[in-house]
Design a protein around this ligand. Structure first.
Ligand code: FAD
Length: 317
């Protein structure tokens, strides 16, 4: 069985859920090999093995970590040439998509972005499913040239644990001068909210213009569920919630198990970011709001009355 390279997403060695998902998907199509770039490998090693990495290629070289994404794409290209993997799986983040695009050019390979499912296809190929044009179409696609380079959206698979240990190898790699063309001069961690990361959360509760700027009920309800908080662009543009929380075409794409839209009308641009969610619930006082066209459960009512009741019911259960 061929290797499947998985680019690890981590914060100082704490492996993010998307990586566990990618390793789980990799096991369906070959032998998962993680590619770990940065500090914290000792912290990450156990988690990578737990989700099925059989091997880990790693580097903490400042030549790679102190620059933007180009050296990472070069490192992956070197590994592709050396290991001839069945596929390379990369998280569908902004950074991940840039790395994947550069890698596809370097290796003259086909690229599929934003896959929501990846399976072994007929004749040894790899079958992917994408949700495109704001979720209006579901597209089945397969790479026909080179090594399949696939970016995978968060929550596309439930992480599955296995027992085993991963062998690791320090990669001997020096990026080209061109790849070192942009250097990181400083970086600051995002202020912690105590809530899960929006794109990774199993549950997202979002507020829109219907909150009238008061997100407290949305936040209380989200906290009762251990959910992330999102926002419509109307709420973000009004300065009621940070831009990093915007869900939609020009915001973040989320695909949680449960998405609760509170005081959000359901414009096409908002749907583009959330309609692949597994279960969708809306709270809206207008029973003709377009959001009700795509929900699994709808509550017609004032969010300031409905959400506190729901929060009480959950916290007292
Ligand atoms: P509204 O459309 O004003 O809806 C508010 C809803 O709240 C209404 O349905 C109302 O019935 C309900 N409501 C009011 N009070 C209450 C209450 N007390 N209780 C319950 N319900 C209540 N939008 C995004 O969200 N994300 C994007 O990424 C995005 N990108 C865009 C890109 C472009 C190029 C363009 C043109 C637009 C984009 N938009 C985006 C904007 C989008 O078109 C909508 O304008 C926006 O989503 C509307 O936000 P909203 O649903 O919060 O507000």
């Amino acid at each position: 069985m061929a290797e499947v390279l998985v680019l690890v997403d981590h914060v100082d060695g704490t492996v993010r859920k998307t990586t566990a998902e990618l390793l789980t998907i990799a096991r369906r199509i070959g032998e998962p090999s993680a590619v770990f770039i940065g500090d914290g490998f000792d912290t990450a090693k156990e988690a990578l093995a737990r989700y099925g990495a059989e091997k880990v290629y790693r580097t903490a070289s400042p030549e790679v970590t102190e620059h933007l994404v180009a050296p990472q794409a070069e490192l992956l290209a070197q590994l592709v040439e050396r290991t001839s993997p069945a596929a390379v799986l990369v998280p569908s983040s902004l950074e991940g998509k840039e790395i994947a695009a550069r890698l596809a050019v370097k290796t003259q390979s086909g690229l599929i972005t934003d896959a929501v499912d990846v399976q072994a296809g007929e004749g040894g190929g790899i079958a992917t499913t994408q949700s495109v044009f704001a979720g209006s179409y579901t597209v089945s696609a397969t790479v026909t040239k080179g090594t399949p380079i696939i970016t995978v959206k968060p929550n596309s698979a439930a992480p599955e644990e296995v027992s085993g240990a991963a062998a690791d190898e320090e990669v001997d790699f020096t990026p080209s001068d061109a790849a070192k063309g942009a250097r990181i001069t400083s970086s600051q961690p995002k202020q912690a909210t105590g809530r899960p990361e929006l794109t990774e959360a199993a549950i997202v509760v979002s507020g829109g213009r219907g909150t009238a700027g008061d997100f407290s009920k949305v936040e209380d309800f989200a906290d009762s569920l251990g959910a992330a908080v999102g926002a419509s662009r109307a709420a973000v543009d009004a300065g009621w919630y940070p831009h990093t929380s915007q869900v939609g075409q020009t915001g973040k794409q989320v695909s949680p198990q449960l998405y609760v839209a509170c005081g959000i009308s359901g414009a096409i641009q908002h749907r583009a970011g959330m309609q692949t969610s597994k279960t969708i619930v809306a709270v809206n006082k207008d029973n003709e709001a377009p959001i009700f066209e795509l929900v699994d459960f709808g509550v017609v009512g004032d969010l300031f009355a409905v959400l506190p009741q729901a929060t009480d019911a959950i916290t007292s259960s």
